[in-house]
Write a protein that binds this ligand. Structure first.
Ligand code: FAD
Length: 390
């Protein structure tokens, strides 16, 4: 089989790239290790920056998001019983985020690729990348017991943190930077009305909590838990009691609880691998970087990578212009590092770091006080939360 761009991974990065390329008349094949049903069922991110919303509209997958997503122009940052509303729209010239689940977005992307006859080969095992330093790379895989080979001009490694693409780069050619946190987030999805119309990020001596949502009748809540926590140790009643204990009083009193329909633990990690280009291989999204979810940046960074990469490939196929491809890594990584900084800052502001000496605890309290008293600090938070420019 021959295509122009072989794309590894059918997460948001891979599917969005294949769709944007298709709209520009560029052929691609997406190889996905899991089944389509598995990928569509994953509960992950849910806060979309306005530029990512615009990118989805441009890709022809904005209709359901615009009809059913919720536009938010503020978030709450709490510490104990103090709660502070951060106005997102005012200091950013009216920019807002949209609450639209990654699950829904992924379904729309799969549907549009199917409707346009796009090749998305799921349940592809043993994907291997070859000749990434050469002009004609190729990819091999096994599907339904049959060996396959795709010859291509470029490979896009969109296969997430645990994928094969980053690992295909010769050792010594890739630099990595990493911070692993000693805690994770225990997430619960429940068919209950959200406790508040806006997200609440709550710092507390017992640990961080987040009140988020997917829709008017579907809530997503998180608790900071120690690394290695088994969700099985957290029956619903224990989860709700602990969440109430970490929220400001008014929010705790308003919390409506119900049976969880999903419960899982996500570890927290900050990670960057660069450069994001090696010969004919381009890394994008979680394959190249992970942020702790506190700043809601993971999915949005996948969006900005795909914005840069799709534009670069379209320019190359259209006019032979190599500038976009040559500058891809530097451009994408500049934005990634700023999002890393913001995600780290939000994580540091709100989580309980058990190893912190008292001095650091006082700094954390001072950081919140400063934020509460400074319009400039609140504007900086808002600017980062709605997303730095592409
Ligand atoms: C549990 C969890 C919760 C999260 N919560 C949030 C959140 O609240 N907010 C936020 O902003 N971000 C969150 N994120 C991050 C966000 O979901 C990711 O940033 C986003 O999914 C990145 O998209 P991607 O397409 O780059 O990678 P992925 O979505 O990981 O997609 C990669 C795809 O590649 C496939 N793949 C892997 N290996 C291979 C292989 N060898 N061959 C073929 N295919 C392969 C995978 O099956 C997957 O479908 C969360 C992530 C996780 C894991």
């Amino acid at each position: 089989m021959r295509t122009q761009v072989a794309i590894i991974g059918a997460g948001p990065s891979g599917l969005l790239l294949s769709q944007l390329l298709d709209l520009a008349g560029i052929d691609s094949v997406v190889l996905e290790r899991q089944s389509r049903a598995h990928v569509e069922g994953r509960i992950r991110a849910g806060v979309l920056e306005d530029q990512f919303q615009a990118l989805l509209r441009r890709a022809g997958v904005g209709a359901r998001m615009d009809a059913e997503g919720q536009i938010h122009d503020g978030i709450a940052i709490a510490r104990g019983d103090r709660s502070l509303r951060i106005d997102l729209a005012g200091p950013t010239g009216g920019r807002r985020v949209c609450i639209w689940g990654q699950t829904e977005l992924t379904r729309d992307l799969f549907a549009v690729r199917e409707a346009r006859g796009g090749a998305v080969l799921d349940e592809a095992a043993d994907v291997a990348l070859h000749g990434i330093g050469e002009e004609r790379p190729w990819v091999t895989f096994r599907r339904g017991g049959v060996e396959g080979r795709i010859d291509c001009d470029f490979i896009a490694g969109c296969d997430g943190f645990h994928g094969v693409s980053r690992r295909s780069i010769a050792s010594g050619r890739l630099e990595t930077w990493e911070r692993v946190y000693p805690f994770g987030w225990l997430g619960v999805l429940s068919e209950t009305p959200p406790v508040s119309p806006e997200l609440i990020y709550a710092g507390h001596a017992r640990g961080f909590a987040l009140c988020s949502m997917r829709s008017a009748g579907l809530s997503r809540y998180y608790l900071q838990v120690p690394g290695g926590t088994d969700p099985g140790d957290w029956p619903d009643a224990r989860f709700w009691d602990e969440l109430r204990a970490r929220l400001p009083e008014a929010a705790a009193a308003a919390l409506v609880t119900g049976p969880s329909i999903e419960k899982s633990v996500a570890p927290l990690r900050s990670f960057v691998a660069g450069p994001m280009r090696h010969g004919r291989l381009f890394l994008a999204g979680d394959a190249a970087h992970i942020v702790p979810p506190t700043g809601a940046k993971g999915l949005n960074l996948a969006g900005s990578d795909i914005h840069y990469l799709s534009a670069a490939l379209i320019a190359w196929y259209g006019t032979g212009d190599t500038e976009g491809l040559e500058g891809y890594s530097e451009r994408a990584m500049a934005r990634v590092w700023k999002a890393q900084r913001f995600s780290w800052w939000m994580t540091r502001l709100l989580h309980r770091f058990s190893e912190d000496p008292p001095f650091d605890r006082r700094l954390q309290a001072a950081e919140f006080d400063f934020l509460a008293g400074s319009q400039a600090a609140q504007a900086a938070l808002a600017e980062n939360y709605v997303g730095l420019p592409y």
